[in-house]
Design a protein around this ligand. Structure first.
Ligand code: HEM
Length: 402
């Protein structure tokens, strides 16, 4: 990394502290005011360029000279320590990356996700039935915010009801919010073994769920190997669990703290899609950890002289609060047009699960608000256990009553 600039202040180091759990670290605001790309340090002290503003976040995420293939030494690797790299396409560059995206797009596009909506609605209704049956107080994180995305993944993969508990428990163990490396390694082996069996069963039931469909379609032609498909499935499970779960729990909390907007949303469900975009923007649950990049060429952005080999990370939580892109960015407003947020990233790695995420979030919030209209926190806001020690910000638990 270039050392041409004098280092006058202490280098901001990840993870940075939050003063309010519902806002990014204050340091982000300071860095964003300083420059679009600033020097920072990873938790191990390694230097990294942090991209703070919205326009430059998009620029970096769509620049072919910026690679996702970093080897990720700092990334928490517990769940996938033993992973072979084939098929884990989030870490790949074109052309390998494009090959996997192309194969998956027919399964995760807007149309197949619309077709999945009735199944997702049944999943949400069952989860709410269980919450109501167990009675108040309930932990909304365990009983809904995490359970619902886990069962959505079961619906997507065509996992039979008898195996849902197995899947839910393994996803909990793999979750970055409560990661214990040895527990996660065992869960990783269990899930991979299960996916291998699922792929084997594609010969008998080729249409049941996306993994079997992909197996039936692409294994015989040699477009995918079994190991690649196992890794694709594993990546979808990792990527598709924590982020919706954290968006649901932080989102419910945010709505409870904005009662007028909550009431408006209950009265007019056409506000729901816009409210989901605003929740995605406002919380940006995937931040610096998710955007690990490396420059493959020298370049200048603002005053930053980036050299080939330098590490970069995009602060989605800062870009989504950039006053150049959003008016009154720190205000939560379900009526604003937030669609240009970068909570799903941007460019070739933009979240391939975003159609599913939008459908499941709309159904998760719509169902909860309609079926438990008197939902309230059962403890004070200050007592809530926020997961500020985890790579993805979220909540460990959220006691509610109604
Ligand atoms: C609130 C929900 C979600 C959020 C905020 C979110 C956010 C993101 C972000 C920021 C990226 C880009 C990472 C990068 O540029 O390196 C990403 C990629 C990805 N997401 Fe999501 N995601 C969500 C839900 C899901 C779901 C439900 C799935 C699948 C079931 C999923 C699967 C993936 C995959 C496979 C990638 C890698 C794409 C690639 O590298 O081409 N995500 N997501």
């Amino acid at each position: 990394m270039s050392t041409s600039e004098p280092n006058t202040t202490a280098t901001p180091t990840f993870p940075m502290e939050r003063t309010c759990p519902l806002a990014p670290p204050d340091e982000y605001q300071r860095m964003r005011a300083t420059a679009p790309v600033v020097r920072a340090a990873l938790p191990n002290g390694a230097p990294v360029w942090a991209v703070t503003r919205h326009a430059e976040a998009r620029q970096i995420l769509s620049d072919p000279r910026i690679s996702s293939n970093t080897g990720r030494p700092e990334r928490p690797r517990g769940p996938d320590d033993d992973r072979p790299d084939d098929g884990f396409f989030v870490d790949m560059d074109p052309p390998e990356h494009s090959r996997f995206r192309r194969l998956l797009i027919s399964e995760l596009g807007a149309r197949p996700m619309d077709a999945l909506r009735p199944a997702l609605q049944r999943v949400a209704d069952t989860a709410i039935d269980e919450v109501l049956e167990a009675g108040a107080p309930a932990d909304l994180v365990g009983s809904y915010a995490r359970r619902f995305p886990a069962r959505v993944l079961c619906a997507l993969f065509g996992i039979p009801a008898g195996d849902h508990e197995f899947f839910e428990s393994r996803l909990r163990m793999l979750s970055v919010t409560s990661m214990d490396p040895s527990v996660a390694a065992q869960a990783s082996r269990d899930v991979r073994g299960y996916l291998r069996e699922l792929i084997r069963s594609a010969e008998r039931e080729p249409h049941k769920g996306m993994i079997r469909r992909l197996a039936a379609k692409h294994l015989p032609t040699g477009e995918l190997t079994t190991d690649e498909l196992i890794n694709i499935g594993f990546l979808l499970l990792l990527a598709g669990y924590d982020s919706p779960a954290n968006t649901i729990s932080l989102g419910v909390l945010t709505l409870l703290r904005h009662p007028a907007q909550l009431a408006a949303l209950r009265a007019d469900s056409s506000l729901l899609p816009g409210a989901i975009e605003e929740l995605l923007r406002f919380h940006s649950v995937q931040d610096w950890v998710s955007f690990d990049r490396i420059a493959t060429a020298d370049m200048e952005i603002g005053s930053a002289r980036i050299r080939a080999g330098d590490r970069l990370t995009v602060l989605a939580a800062s870009a989504n609060r950039d006053e150049r892109a959003f008016e009154n960015p720190d205000e939560f407003d379900i009526r604003r047009s937030a669609h240009h947020h970068v909570a799903f990233g941007y460019g070739i790695h933009q979240c391939i699960g975003r159609n599913l995420a939008r459908a499941e979030l709309q159904i998760a919030f719509g169902t909860l608000l309609a079926r438990i209209p008197t939902l309230r926190l059962a403890v004070g806001f200050e007592e809530l256990p926020f997961a500020d020690d985890a790579p993805f910000f979220g909540l460990h638990a959220m006691p509610v009553a109604w």
